[in-house]
Design a protein around this ligand. Sequence first.
Ligand code: DC
Length: 235
Amino acid sequence: MNKIIIAIDGYSACGKSSTAKAVAAALGYSYIDSGAMYRAVTLYFIQHYVSLDNEREISRALNNIEIEFRIPPGRTDGISETYLNGLNVEEEIRSMFVSDMVSDVSKIPQVRRFLVAQQQKMGKKKGIVMDGRDIGTVVFPQAELKLFLTADINERARRRQAELLAKEQLVSLKEVIENLQKRDLIDTTRAESPLRKAEDAIEIDTTFVTFDEQVEIVLRKAYRKIMYAADEVSQ
Ligand code: DC
């Protein structure tokens, strides 16, 4: 069976990663959460007091960063987690203190170049679902299937608050909305690869769609693209 690349972009908390994970599992593809990579770099910068306006400090820090996705011992559902220099940081990178700074770190051109190069390497063999902000526009402009997810801000905040609560982090809805709005603004207005819908991306508004419906919509589109890719090869 021919393998394709599926790029899922959109605003924070629109259900990109949960959809991408389920689609990857159904297709037997690997799933890469590119936001987790920006979050891991942010965590490292916080831990090492890296000054965000010092290019040399940033370069030195990036040279010391290794990010991997691994299935942790004892995890049986096959879902991988984020490791920073050999340590599992999956929980820490989702905390509010990382969320508050991640958009500022992901504005830095050196950081973007560093991570985009790694993401492109991961997609060399195709069979990958990657979600983020610039996947369809910059990382994989040649992706066979590009999706752009949107949702109402209140619904997005409600979902993110529930996710945080499940991890025992109690954050007010107001604080979550403020964080999302701040990130939307930085992500869409930054000079280097701002968040925007690729011309050939399909937009899906997830406000009133259940998670299962969302996954089904994407899978239907993916199967069509996979069949189309197979036809092209056999011609
Ligand atoms: O998907 P997320 O909310 O975990 O992403 C965290 C931040 O990382 C987001 O605010 C913007 C940045 N990001 C990015 O700039 N480019 C990507 N491809 C993925 C994430």
